[in-house]
Design a protein around this ligand. Structure first.
Ligand SMILES: [Zn+2]
Length: 98
C-alpha cells in the first residue's frame, strides 16, 4: 500500500521536474505538467526534448533615443550627446542573439 503512495509521489515529483524545465521549451509549465501527469513523465520528457528552444540568448544594450547609438555599458547619460550639451538618458533594450 505504501508503495503506491511512494510511486504516486515520485510520479508527481517527476512531472514537476519536467514541467520546471519549461523555460527551455516552447511549451508552458502547465502544458508540460499536464502532459507528464496524464501521459506519464516519460512522454513529458519526450515532449520537452522535442520542443526544445533553439539556442539563443539575450544581450542588454543601452540605446540613446537622440543619436540612436547603442552602448554596451549603462552610462548615466549618453556620452555622445553630452559633448553636444544634451543630457540624454539611455534606454535599456533587449537584443536577441542567435
Ligand atoms: Zn546620444
Amino acid at each position: 500500500m505504501t508503495e503506491i503512495i511512494l510511486i504516486s509521489i515520485l510520479y508527481l515529483i517527476l512531472s514537476f521536474a519536467i514541467a520546471s524545465q519549461a523555460k527551455n521549451s516552447r511549451l508552458s509549465f502547465v502544458q508540460l505538467f499536464l502532459i507528464s501527469f496524464f501521459l506519464s513523465p516519460l512522454v513529458g520528457l519526450i515532449f520537452l526534448l522535442k520542443t526544445k528552444k533553439r539556442f539563443s540568448y539575450y544581450v542588454y544594450q543601452y540605446k540613446c533615443p537622440r543619436c540612436k547609438y547603442y552602448f554596451t555599458e549603462n552610462y548615466k547619460n549618453c556620452p555622445h550627446c553630452k559633448k553636444d550639451g544634451y543630457k540624454i538618458e539611455l534606454k535599456e533594450v533587449k537584443k536577441i542573439m542567435t
